[in-house]
Design a protein around this ligand. Sequence first.
Ligand SMILES: [Mg+2]
Length: 173
Amino acid sequence: MLKKFLPNEFVNNVYAITPEHLKNLGIKGIITDLDNTLVEWDRPLATPELTNWFRGMKDAGIKITVVSNNNETRVGKFCEPLGIPFIHRARKPLAVSYKKAYQLLNLKADEVCMIGDQLLTDVFGGNRQGIHTILVVPVASTDGIWTRFNRMVERRILSSFKKQGLLQWEDKK
Ligand SMILES: [Mg+2]
């Protein structure tokens, strides 16, 4: 049962994910969470480092869309300057936005990956759709109020994975 929460990959941050790696997996598109995956949940705009990462993906022909449970103001203000299409109030882990996202990219479920910092939304929803899931360590150790409860549950699942040797996880200080 808990296996549905197990990501295919686990990395320290998005910068560990390269176009070459994705291409080797047959992945042509990225569906990514925003808050605490790309930047801190309370940082309004992309950092220069992140902007470069997006450019590198685009140059390599990897398509990107942001799928966030946050509202249109937050997600729009972040994505519009970057020219990245987005889905806000996505209600992850429900299936609807994942499907919308890969259709938006003109790709199939097995041609995209889902990158996110939360097991209960990003990873769980992606796994259920047969999407390759990549968990990142949250950019910030704080969260918006709605995420805090999920984190408590998440910690228990992560420690169970850790005990079974399924995932290496360093708790943030
Ligand atoms: Mg997040």
